[in-house]
Design a protein around this ligand. Structure first.
Ligand SMILES: [Zn+2]
Length: 697
């Protein structure tokens, strides 16, 4: 019986894959790959695309397709046995890719190919792939002389240790703290379900009353709802000083500040070894933004525009607090509480009420009809007669055809939460579009791309013996549009080379453009109304309810934007012009940024950097600005649809332009080139501000 993980002739054979197939398949593939790579790196001839790049690409594609199926199953159908096999194979896979990225002979071959006569004749996509490879080798230290390289690798090792220490400290600090409250009066205002969970926590400690912790599901509702100001203050102080010199619960040696200083110092040293002025420049080498200066200018311009709105937001909050809640000063631990009260008074609506208007079938039909009109495609669900193998009976499978009725893409849709399924929502690629050499000489065919779209929404429920369709909140509808946007980026590509096809090779700060772009349609009355149908009355969403949702969306958008800009400025300066051994501390640098852009200054004991795991323990170093950057791109792209909307925003001619210039080209050219080709100019901030309810003057 052949191993289904070694069959690459079509769709994955999920129904046949057993845990015992995994290790043997990966052993075969890793051995095959090592052989192919060994031939490629030791071959004496002049490297060409056909003899050097393509065989390595083919081998690696097989490995990543097989491992992709295993990882996917591990995420959506987890079991102790599968997890064990997955974890047992993970080190070998990681090791393989690490070796590949450090292989100097391969690097030399790429350099030779880059310098060869053939290079000039290659199509742009293939040139881009070769340049990307060379760039990544260089950023990995491949070009350094021996002593420097040793130091470079040492630094990488120490940095990865420091990062995991940083997140361990943060986790330990978060876990170390708890607060038990015994009298009922002191927990007034906190929602019943939160109290129930808090009570269970106390019981499991053999305690009376309610136990609160610094984990989000406990901390956040206390800050938002607890009428007891002292309780809020206690929790705020504990949260804001996690893993700092003030954190006595976590114990000594848990202060993250020495780690921050060391991390910044080492990143700077690594950047200097690679020949860059700062770590920020290393980070931006693979991103759309051109320079740290450009990012800083972008953030400051956005801060200027947002600041008056943030001041207005704060003023409204102050007035409301004084008049309605008798709070004459507004402390850091009052902000979330007062905001919640103000939001309730101004725009209260219940998610439950909205949900009744969004049954699954209407939402899917509405979403498909938007993209069908925009891109001239047709989406149909596969019927059961085709026996498509899925991993769970709830999974649906769809085909996408173009205007000429050619099949151009396919996707799995796994919508509902289940036990043993990883939380959140995401898009992943199962098969990527590319040209493949056919069996007969000269024959070439196109491999059809396939995507996994995974969400965790509530499933249909049986009510009085009848199955009621799944109902989505508006936030869930937005998530679905977002992931579908990533999916279309992968599926509607026209690139024929794997390395830059779909989302492959797209700059990190531009990859959210197509997904955030799709979210805009969920705030469009004409689009949204058409996809609502009340589960009992079949009525469309009332306009008044929609208007409330829209206002709630922009509630305190000025304050929120300014806060994100503050974090992004801190991140960029820390990695650009901050001197680890200079006369300023990290905290003083943050103070300077706050006094420049913030309207709310946190108390002096606040140790925000000590818990900024995104940049000190995650992949966001000198990249936190990307959140705002991608929002500007997507809002500005969407505004072209608004401008050309003579017959509504769902407009086929702008749609096909977006498809041609953004979706179809994938990573085959730079994101800036693609954006300018679509928009006719470089990105501007106005559309984002307008979409956030900030009028542009
Ligand atoms: Zn996304």
């Amino acid at each position: 019986m052949p191993n289904p993980l070694l069959d690459f002739s079509g769709l994955p054979r999920f129904a046949e894959i057993k845990n015992e197939h995994i290790t043997p398949a990966l052993e075969v593939l890793l051995a095959e790959n090592r052989e192919v790579i060994e031939r490629a790196r030791t071959d004496g001839g002049v490297p060409t695309w056909q003899t050097f790049v393509q065989p390595v690409v083919n081998a690696n594609e097989r490995l990543s397709r097989a491992w992709g199926q295993v990882s996917h199953l591990n995420a959506v159908m987890n079991s102790p046995q599968l997890r064990e096999v997955y974890n047992a194979n993970l080190p070998a896979i990681t090791q393989f890719y690490a070796e590949l990225s450090q292989d100097l002979l391969l690097f030399e071959k790429y350099k030779k190919l880059r310098a060869s006569q053939e290079f000039e004749q290659l199509p742009p996509a293939q040139k881009k792939i070769i340049d990307n490879e060379l760039r990544d080798f260089r950023l990995g230290g491949a070009e350094l002389p021996v002593e420097k390289k040793q130091r470079f690798l040492q630094i990488q090792e120490e940095l990865s240790k420091l990062s995991s220490e940083f997140s361990d400290n943060l986790l330990d600090a978060t876990n170390a703290y708890s607060l038990i409250i015994e009298d009922e009066e002191s927990v007034a205002g906190i929602p019943a379900d939160v109290l129930e969970a808090a009570q269970q926590l106390a019981v499991s400690d053999a305690k009376q009353g309610w136990k609160f912790t610094l984990h989000m599901p406990s901390y956040l509702p206390v800050m938002q709802y607890a009428d007891n100001r002292t309780l809020r203050e206690q929790m705020y102080r504990a949260y804001a000083t996690r893993a700092s010199e003030f954190d006595h619960q976590a114990g000594s040696g848990k202060d993250n500040m020495p780690l921050i200083n060391r991390i910044l110092e080492l990143r700077q040293e690594a950047a200097h070894l690679l020949g860059y002025e700062s770590y920020a420049e290393v980070s931006l080498a693979t991103k759309m933004a051109a320079s740290p200066q450009q990012v800083l200018e972008f953030l400051r311009k956005l801060a200027d525009k947002a600041k008056p709105h943030a001041m207005r937001d704060l003023q409204a909050l102050r007035e409301f607090a004084a008049e309605r809640l008798n709070l004459t000063t507004l402390e850091a631990w009052d902000l979330a509480y007062v905001s919640e009260k103000l939001r309730e008074e101004r725009y209260a609506f219940s998610d439950q009420e909205v949900k009744q208007y969004f049954p699954e079938a209407s939402v899917l039909a509405g979403m498909f009809s938007v993209v069908e009109k925009l891109y001239g495609i047709r989406i149909t669900q596969a019927d059961s007669s085709r026996n498509i193998q899925c991993w769970h009976p709830d999974v649906k499978f769809f085909d996408i055809h173009d205007a000429d009725d050619q099949l151009i893409g396919q996707f799995y849709l796994d919508l509902y939460a289940r036990p043993n399924k990883r939380g959140g929502a995401w898009m992943d690629d199962a098969i990527t579009r590319r040209r493949i050499d056919g069996q007969e000489a000269g024959q070439q065919t196109i491999q059809i791309p396939v995507a996994y779209l995974t969400c965790n929404f509530s499933a249909p429920v049986a009510i009085n013996g009848q199955l009621r369709p799944a109902l989505f909140t508006h936030a869930e509808v937005i998530v679905l549009f977002h992931e579908f946007g990533h999916g279309l980026h992968h599926l509607l590509t026209r690139v024929e080379d794997l390395g830059v096809s779909g989302i492959n090779g797209v700059e990190w700060d531009a990859v959210e453009l197509p997904s955030q772009f799709m979210e805009n349609f969920c705030w469009e009355w004409d689009v949204l109304a058409g996809m609502t149908q009340h589960i009992e009355t079949s009525e469309t969403l009332p306009r008044m309810l929609f208007d409330k949702m829209l206002k709630a969306k922009n509630f305190q958008s000025g304050l929120q934007m300014l806060r994100q800009i503050e974090f992004a400025l801190f991140d960029m300066h820390a990695h650009f012009d901050y001197e680890p051994h200079g006369d300023k501390t990290v905290l003083q640098m943050l103070d300077d940024i706050r006094s420049e852009v913030a309207v709310v200054i946190p108390p002096s004991f606040n140790r925000f950097p000590n818990s900024f795991a995104h940049i000190f323990a995650g992949g966001y170093a000198a990249g936190y600005y990307s959140y705002k950057w991608a929002e500007v791109l997507s809002a500005d792209a969407y505004s072209m649809f608004e401008e050309t909307a003579a017959d509504g925003v769902v407009n086929a001619s702008t749609g096909s332009h977006f498809l041609e210039e953004i979706l179809a080209v994938g990573g085959s050219r730079s994101a800036l080139e693609s954006f300018v080709a679509f928009r006719g100019r470089e990105p501007e901030l106005d559309a984002l501000l307008r979409h956030n309810g900030m009028e542009v003057s």
